[in-house]
Design a protein around this ligand. Structure first.
Ligand SMILES: NC(=O)c1ccc[n+]([C@@H]2O[C@H](COP(=O)([O-])OP(=O)(O)OC[C@H]3O[C@@H](n4cnc5c(N)ncnc54)[C@H](O)[C@@H]3O)[C@@H](O)[C@H]2O)c1
Length: 259
């Protein structure tokens, strides 16, 4: 069997944050199916362990670690655990929250800071420790931003700001790695409306038919996306297919941002 028969990321070691559900779960499963050993990390333990059991039962290689991305010591533990599989060369900085649907004039400082702690500090810490781990042997980092890291929308100012920060931090980190001659590529993905737990919370708040109709009508391809749609983009960026791609923002949004 040649290496390419074994999968597009065969033999590589990946960390996927927020891997217990949604986009992280789909990406962990796809990377494992394409031959990577995957450390699935999340604060949600039971569902994360179930993801890992599913991967291992399907013949893949995965482990779970409880990991709050806002905590730097836990990042050190995550890289140490993943290194038990071998040198880490893929990091998907994906964990994120969206808790507000609030006009900016009513957003509490605590809510603002909670978004920044997970969505921005978490990605910063992942990039920091990812660079340390990969600067000799090389690798690829993908950060999950959002269509709302590029376009504005009302009532989600803190979320949007955190995702906009992820977008520009990605480009700054990508340029820094090229200037320091570190063999690390860093890109961001920008999901549109994707069927996951995060979307479910919005649906619960506003009612299924109202919100889904609005999301579908705002999406030129006329449907809500699947987590697997994002996972395929991440695989493209971290595998050899993306070897000339760095500092890119990749919308996977059914055309939302093209209007
Ligand atoms: N679903 C969408 O429509 C959509 C659109 C744009 C961007 N995104 C982004 O995609 C990413 C994944 O979200 P999803 O849609 O799969 O939602 P999800 O809620 O299914 O998954 C998010 C995961 O992150 C985990 N998490 C939350 N806080 C954490 C922390 N402090 N440390 C570690 N893990 C933590 C959650 O437990 C959960 O498993 C997020 O960054 C989100 O902002 C989602």
């Amino acid at each position: 069997m040649s290496d390419s028969d074994k999968g597009r990321v065969a033999g590589k070691v990946a960390i996927v944050t927020g891997g217990s559900s949604g986009i992280g779960r789909a990406t962990a499963e796809l990377l494992a199916a394409e031959g990577a050993a995957v450390l699935v990390t999340d604060v949600a333990v039971e569902s994360g362990q179930a993801v890992v059991e599913g991967i291992n039962a399907a013949g893949g290689k995965a482990a779970f670690l409880h990991h709050d991305v806002a905590d730097e010591a836990q990042w050190e533990a995550a890289f140490a655990r993943a290194a038990e599989f071998g040198p880490v060369s893929i990091l998907f900085n994906n964990a994120g929250v969206r808790t507000e649907t609030t006009p900016l004039e009513n957003v509490t400082l605590a809510d603002w800071q909670a978004h920044m702690a997970i969505n921005m500090d978490g990605v910063f810490l992942g990039i920091k420790h990812g660079i340390r781990a990969m600067k000799q042997s090389g690798g690829a980092i993908v950060n999950t931003s959002s269509i709302y890291g590029i376009a504005g929308a009302s009532m989600i100012g803190a979320y949007s700001a955190s995702k906009g920060g992820v977008r520009t931090l990605t480009k700054a980190a990508a340029m820094e790695c090229t200037s320091l001659r570190y063999p690390i590529r860093i890109n961001s993905v920008h999901p549109g409306f994707i069927e996951t737990g995060m979307l479910d919370t919005v649906v619960e708040e506003f009612g299924e038919s109202f919100i889904k109709k609005r999301m579908i009508s705002a999406t030129p391809l006329g449907r809500i996306g699947e987590a697997r749609d994002i996972a395929e983009g991440v695989l493209y960026l971290v595998a050899d297919s993306g070897k000339f791609v760095t500092g890119v923002e990749l919308p996977i949004d059914g055309g939302f941002l093209a209007r």
